[in-house]
Write a protein that binds this ligand. Structure first.
Ligand SMILES: *[C@@H]1O[C@H](CO)[C@@H](O)[C@H](O)[C@H]1NC(C)=O
Ligand SMILES: *[C@@H]1O[C@H](CO)[C@@H](O)[C@H](O)[C@H]1NC(C)=O
Ligand SMILES: *[C@@H]1O[C@H](CO)[C@@H](O)[C@H](O)[C@H]1NC(C)=O
Ligand SMILES: *[C@@H]1O[C@H](CO)[C@@H](O)[C@H](O)[C@H]1NC(C)=O
Length: 385
């Protein structure tokens, strides 16, 4: 009422009154609202901060459990670039995998303490009957090795969680003895192993191979060598130069043609050379088909051309060809004894870093599943594990 009266009297006053009189109650209301907003805002703030922390934690947990994408914006730390994929199964085909595997640092020193690992790569049909022996070999050496298994595609591995072979299977394809698909499988093993930056040495094995020394000796022998152990020699005659095809020129000449055992040990530099190759691969694929066994010629010839100064030109894997024929001798239960290993292991001499030594081989093949039991009872005395 008062306001209206004053309004009628003096417009100017009315304006000032209209401003001042209700101001008291309004300012209380506004203050009240501001307070409510403030309290509400504070609440929302605290709640969202907790949510972020909770979700962040959840994300981290999720990331830990499925680290297929190694790095995204939130985890862009050196740690995350260094870490190997925790799950060896991936959806890359060979073209994509090989491309990814050949990423290599150009700066040679690592900006962190890198412990070089040996990658043990098992090329198998399916099961690993000698796995209990290998479990014994690896035990206690965690952090110094990694394992990769390439078996025929249909094979379902069934290792317990405590096994060193658990979850170590890589995506595989059909592999035929003596054909290019065998080299493809070996390159696939190398490429998968290259994804782990700490792998420095790469050993190819089969389900019929055993280690004839303990891990300590194997690791030292391989890591202290100036050369990689890949058999490579120039053999005259039908099984050596006789398998050469002149159409491989000019990439490969007859003088460059080499032969060597399939079972190699190479360092990271050589592994990269093998995976990145696009020059020699097509030549071998086209012009080295049975009776040219490509797995005996492709890597030895190519690496002798590219990096002869890095090769020891001998294999670390003992194989017995004395019985003749296209396949080496296979040892079963009745063959295994201490004398047998004294005979096959201790007889030779060879060069190791330019010094003559007696220890020339660290692995041996071929052993049938029936050999497992006697091998297990001999291993500590004869192999030192
Ligand atoms: C892999 O996939 C890419 C893209 O689809 C394709 O270009 C390439 O030929 C494939 N490689 C193989 C070996 O299948
Ligand atoms: C896998 O292993 C488990 C336990 O060792 C065994 O019970 C099961 O029969 C095995 N499955 C196959 C297909 O071998
Ligand atoms: C291996 O053979 C190549 C040539 O075939 C040679 O250059 C190299 O020095 C040899 N390696 C050793 C350790 O003798
Ligand atoms: C490995 O074998 C060597 C020789 O056989 C032995 O001296 C050494 O103690 C063994 N190492 C381990 C860790 O068993």
């Amino acid at each position: 009422m008062q306001v209206r009266i004053m309004n009628g009297d003096n417009g100017k006053d009315a304006v000032s009154c209209a401003r001042t009189v209700p101001n008291k109650s309004w300012s209380f209301k506004i203050l009240y609202f501001i307070l409510i907003f403030f309290v509400l805002g504070l609440g929302v703030c605290i709640l969202s901060m907790n949510m972020i922390r909770y979700l962040g934690l959840r994300n981290m947990v999720l990331r830990e459990s499925s680290r297929l994408e190694p790095c995204d914006d939130a985890t862009n730390t050196l740690e995350c670039w260094r870490k190997p994929p925790s799950n060896l199964m991936h959806n890359m085909n060979d073209t994509e995998l090989f491309w990814r595997a050949t990423f290599a640092p150009r700066i040679q020193e690592y900006p962190y303490k890198r412990v070089p690992k040996v990658a043990f790569m098992f090329l198998t049909r399916g099961p690993l009957p000698l796995s209990p022996l290998w479990e014994r070999f690896f035990r206690g050496n965690e952090g110094l090795y990694s394992i990769y298994v390439h078996s025929l595609p249909g094979y379902r591995a069934n290792y317990s969680r405590s096994s060193v072979f658990y979850g170590r299977q890589i995506p595989s394809q059909v592999t035929e003895w003596g054909k290019m698909s065998m080299c493809d499988a070996e390159r696939r093993l190398l490429a998968n192993a290259l994804l782990d930056l700490s792998n420095e040495y790469f050993v190819l094995l089969s389900e019929a191979c055993i280690a004839t020394r303990n891990f300590t000796i194997v690791y030292r022998y391989i890591s202290k060598s100036r050369y990689s152990f890949l058999g490579s020699y120039d053999e005259h005659g039908p099984y050596g130069r006789g398998r050469y095809d002149k159409r491989m020129e000019p990439e490969v000449t007859l003088e460059q043609w080499r032969k060597g055992s399939q079972w190699f040990e190479v360092n990271r530099e050589l592994a990269l050379r093998i995976v990145e190759d696009k020059v020699y691969y097509p030549k071998f694929k086209e012009f080295c088909k049975p009776a040219c066994y490509v797995d005996e010629h492709y890597f030895p010839t190519m690496l002798t051309i590219l990096v002869p100064h890095l090769l020891a030109n001998r294999s670390l894997t003992y194989t017995d060809w004395s019985r003749g024929g296209p396949h080496p001798a296979t040892y079963g239960k009745k063959d295994i004894s201490k004398e047998f290993f004294d005979k096959i292991l201790g007889r030779r001499m060879c060069f190791y870093n330019h010094r003559l030594v007696f220890l020339c081989q660290l692995f041996a093949r071929k052993f049938a599943p029936s050999a497992l039991e006697p091998l297990l009872s001999l291993s500590s005395e004869v192999f030192g594990y």
